[in-house]
Design a binder for this molecule. Structure first.
Ligand SMILES: [Fe+2]
Length: 317
């Protein structure tokens, strides 16, 4: 299908300076910073753009306050982008084009969904090899301790859907995404390509309250999740939940509160799917969100668990 992943995410925020402080610590690379716009990149060239909420030209957010205002999906090539645009037009949806030439439409939640031929680079990050009994894969080599993370890519976004069925149809039928796993009627994990990481988009049913659940950044391996998370804690950023591990997608995760809006996540080691992947259906329950998780994070100084109660109300179930 057409898309290969997330090319860019634009956030609208009330305090650009605070957003800059966070993204500098998060490990994304600063490209430019003005009063009107911050631009950062991940290792693969994925863009994180931050603009003031007061900017009248900013796409409209789907929830009040700081939030994602646009996701740009990268297409494999011009032909597949054209095919997607043609699919929208056949469905009676006429894409608009912005000043950069990007096509954009609005999804059933009201979020601006832009598309372009991907400007990301193909990167290959080798995780730290693991040793098993009788199967040494890391020989004469110590396992790393990261003192900060440097996200490789913007891996996925998670949206609360006002109209779940309409959002599911929009992203599968028009955007051409593939279902990896599903909580029927409650949530759907979607990947852009048949051969690709477990999900680039997860849609959760929340009638009457569309919103952004989180934005996730891929890092090399569990050691970078942990090292990056501890570094953020050391700098005073508060954990939402993590570290932990999702049974669905298999990924290690750590979510942080931040001045961009909904939590952002470091994650690593998610499932890679092909034509042979068997999508499953599940009934939502807390142990499917996390096999294990630390609610308050790890204190940056003592390296011990922070005592906290997860009362975020974000539905970690
Ligand atoms: Fe996630």
């Amino acid at each position: 299908m057409s898309f290969t992943g997330i090319d860019a995410v634009t956030f609208g925020v009330s305090d650009l300076a605070e957003a800059k402080r966070f993204l500098d610590d998060w490990g994304t690379s600063l490209v430019s910073a003005t009063e009107e716009r911050l631009a950062y990149t991940t290792k693969d060239g994925g863009e994180v753009v931050v603009r003031p909420l007061s900017d009248p030209t900013l796409p409209k957010g789907i929830e009040p306050g700081n939030t994602v205002v646009q996701v740009v999906w990268g297409a494999a090539d011009e032909a597949s982008l054209d095919a997607t645009i043609a699919r929208f037009m056949a469905a009676g949806i006429e894409p608009c084009f912005d000043e950069e030439g990007k096509a954009w439409v609005v999804d059933p939640n009201g979020l601006s969904v832009a598309m372009r031929v991907s400007q990301r680079r193909k990167i290959s990050v080798t995780p730290t090899p693991a040793n098993g009994p009788g199967a040494p894969n890391r020989i004469d080599q110590r396992s790393p301790v990261y003192d900060h993370a440097e996200p490789a890519k913007i891996g996925h976004v998670v949206l609360f859907a006002n109209d779940f069925a309409a959002m599911r149809a929009f992203y599968t039928e028009l955007m051409g995404f593939t279902i990896s796993d599903e909580y029927p009627g409650h949530g759907v994990f979607l990947r852009c390509q048949v051969r690709g990481e477990h999900h680039n988009l997860f849609i959760l049913n929340r009638p009457g309250k569309p919103g952004v659940n989180h934005v996730a950044f891929t890092v090399s391996d569990i050691h970078e999740v942990i090292g990056g998370g501890i570094a953020m804690s050391k700098k005073g950023w508060k954990t939402e939940i993590g570290p932990g591990r999702h049974p669905i997608s298999s990924a290690y995760f750590w979510y942080f509160h931040n001045p961009l809006g909904a939590p952002v996540e470091y994650y690593a080691d998610d499932d890679y799917c092909t034509e042979a992947w068997k999508a499953e259906t599940f009934v939502r329950k807390p142990e499917l969100f996390a096999e294990w998780a630390i609610a308050g994070g790890i204190d940056g100084t003592t390296r011990r668990q922070v005592v906290a109660i997860d009362n975020s109300g974000r539905g970690h179930a």
